[in-house]
Design a protein. Structure first.
Length: 82
């Protein structure tokens, strides 16, 4: 699997997992997993930014999705009291 596909898959997985927790009313004080996800998303963003730009627009879309996932993960951490 290419690095780009791996990064996009990881980002989409993170978004799905974040969405699965919405509305459950469960506040978890320990934000370790969310912080780990945030670290991985930042690493994915770094990799996407240094990747060759000739990806028919998919690299740019992937960067946008990762940025969205970073924002949502940060909001989730704050909402969980972290």
């Amino acid at each position: 699997m290419s690095t780009l596909k791996l990064a996009v898959t990881g980002c989409l997985s993170a978004l799905v997992l974040l969405g699965a927790g919405v509305g459950t009313g469960v506040a978890i004080a320990d934000q370790l997993h969310m912080q780990n996800a945030l670290d991985e998303l930042n690493a994915a963003q770094d990799q996407l930014r240094i990747a060759a730009p000739d990806k028919a627009g998919h690299r740019v879309i992937a960067i946008d999705l990762v940025q969205q996932a970073i924002r949502e993960t940060g909001l989730g951490i704050r909402a969980g009291g972290g």
